[in-house]
Design a protein around this ligand. Structure first.
Ligand code: AMP
Ligand code: MG
Length: 483
């Protein structure tokens, strides 16, 4: 079967926004070897998974053989990194191969680790097997948890070593996203001073992600409101799941509301708002508990970039954008509060203040006891079924006992809890174990971990070690960017 017969790669971004798209080719890969493929996603995109596994498919997955008419590009964007603005970042080691699909289901096919581009600055343009498999397994888990995310289609080993602290095997990740437009894309267009470019970018984003904004009185304000909404909902879902993104720079925040850029991210073990995993986040700017505030800060940067489109008069534009940004807190609180109610299996109709106090007291208990965030809610569900042992083990002491009685008196629904509280997440110690084995050539632990986290809510016999918190000797966990 030829490539052209299976899937077409459109180049709509490259056509609409040529100023932000540098046509470029992936670096040649001498010995590509497929390490992981999401066959379900492949089929969703219209690929025959068996064809993708074959030599021509693998060549497509590293950008070496593309359908006729494809125009791979490196995308330009700017970004605030840890608060400091860079007007020119862009895809230093990534390429947009093109868009797949039509109508409401257009998706980017994108490569990471495909070689240096004009945006590479000092970087080598490459990626190592470990971090690319890390993105694969964590984004798979996020998708299975129902959290909006870019998705990993495949990881292909290049056979070429990559120099980091040591020499590591290299890899290319093929990723699918509803787009790669970021807050930083708008910042880039804004600093060019070319309002026509900014408008074309906004129109492109509206058509692709928030089409109802096109019919609003103020379409660009409506676009901003839609992004505020999508990001508030996304970050609330991260908080409910205990996900720490780790590098919430404005170039790593999408317009679609999907999680992007799985660099130093990790799921929190013990509940603690101060949790930081990233080796470079010394000030804790992107700590677990700061994520809502940082998201709002990033959205203020998006608002600034959109001001010239929102109203001709700057004062008026600022007023409108500020009002819209206030929607963040409301939306975040709504999604988070509703999510906590479900996590605790609470019936409808309870007083908001009763629930808020109950939740606050639980989080205080979890924090002071350094309780494993993920296991806690499954243990509570067991208590709701009459088995108090797991809760006593995780949450010992009279305060916890009193809290549990207060909560049980509200008649929580244990089955409803189990539908939203995962048993299996990609726990840090398991991810590290799987990646170390894969780097040494043994893919079995990785493949098994992917299988386990792909079905996070159904407890299965034999998988106890995947549900257990990290052993005490695992120690303080650190993650790294741009590897
Ligand atoms: P990130 O921290 O992954 O969001 O990346 C920030 C910026 O650094 C982006 O412009 C990336 O394209 C670029 N970058 C990260 N790693 C590399 C690399 N190995 N080679 C070239 N550019 C890179
Ligand atoms: Mg990035």
């Amino acid at each position: 079967m030829s490539i052209a017969a299976t899937v077409t790669l459109d180049n709509r971004f490259a056509r609409d926004l040529a100023e932000m798209a540098v046509p470029w080719q992936a670096e040649e890969v001498a010995e590509p070897r497929l390490l992981a493929l999401d066959a379900t996603l492949a089929a969703e995109l219209g690929f025959d998974p068996d064809w993708l596994r074959g030599p021509d498919g693998v060549r497509l997955l590293v950008g070496a053989a593309l359908p006729d008419g494809a125009t791979p590009v490196a995308q330009a964007y700017a970004g605030h990194q840890f608060g400091g603005f860079s007007p020119r970042l862009g895809d230093g080691r990534a390429l947009l191969l093109g868009e797949i699909g039509t109508g409401g289901q257009v998706r980017d096919l994108h490569l990471k680790g495909s070689g240096r581009t004009p945006f590479a600055r000092g970087g080598d343009g490459l990626a190592a097997v470990g971090p690319m498999l890390r993105e694969y397994v964590v984004s798979r888990a996020m998708h299975a948890l129902g959290i909006p995310t870019t998705r990993a289609l495949a990881v292909v080993a290049t056979g070429r070593p990559v120099r980091r602290e040591t020499l590591l095997p290299g890899a290319v990740l093929a990723r699918v996203a509803s787009s790669h437009l970021r807050v930083g894309s708008f910042q880039y267009a804004n600093v060019t001073g070319d309002v026509d470019l900014l408008r074309r970018l906004a129109d492109h984003a509206i058509a692709r992600h928030h089409p109802t904004a096109a019919g609003a009185d103020r379409p660009y304000l409506a676009l901003f409101e839609a992004v505020v909404d999508a990001q508030a909902s996304l970050v609330a879902q991260w908080m409910l799941a205990g996900f720490v993104h780790g590098v919430m720079n404005t170039d790593n925040m999408t317009i679609s509301g999907e999680t992007i850029d799985y660099g130093p991210c990790a799921f929190m073990d013990a509940y603690d708002p101060a949790t930081v995993y990233s080796s470079i986040d010394h000030g804790g700017r992107y700590a677990y508990g700061n994520q809502p505030v940082v998201a709002e800060w990033n959205l203020a940067r998006l608002a600034e970039a959109l001001l010239p489109l929102i109203d001709g008069e700057q004062e008026r534009a600022i007023e409108l954008a500020t009002d819209a940004l206030h929607g963040f807190r409301r939306r975040y609180d709504d999604v988070w509060s509703a999510g906590m109610r479900t996590k605790l299996g609470l019936p409808a109709g309870l007083d908001d203040e009763v629930v808020a106090a109950l939740v606050k007291d639980l989080l205080t208990l979890l924090e002071s006891g350094r309780v494993d965030h993920t296991s806690a809610y499954r243990a509570l569900a067991a208590a709701a079924r009459g088995d108090a042992e797991p809760v006593h083990r995780l949450l010992p002491g009279p305060l916890a006992g009193a809290w549990t009685q207060r909560w049980l008196a509200l008649a929580p629904d244990a089955d409803a809890m189990d539908r939203v509280n995962p048993v299996y997440i990609p726990r840090n110690h398991l991810v590290e174990e799987a990646l170390a084995a894969a780097t040494d050539g043994d893919l079995a632990p990785f493949t098994r971990l992917v299988d386990v986290v792909s079905d996070p809510y159904t407890e299965r016999p034999g998988l106890e070690r995947y549900a257990a918190p990290a052993p005490a000797d695992f120690g303080a966990y650190q993650t790294f960017c741009g590897t």
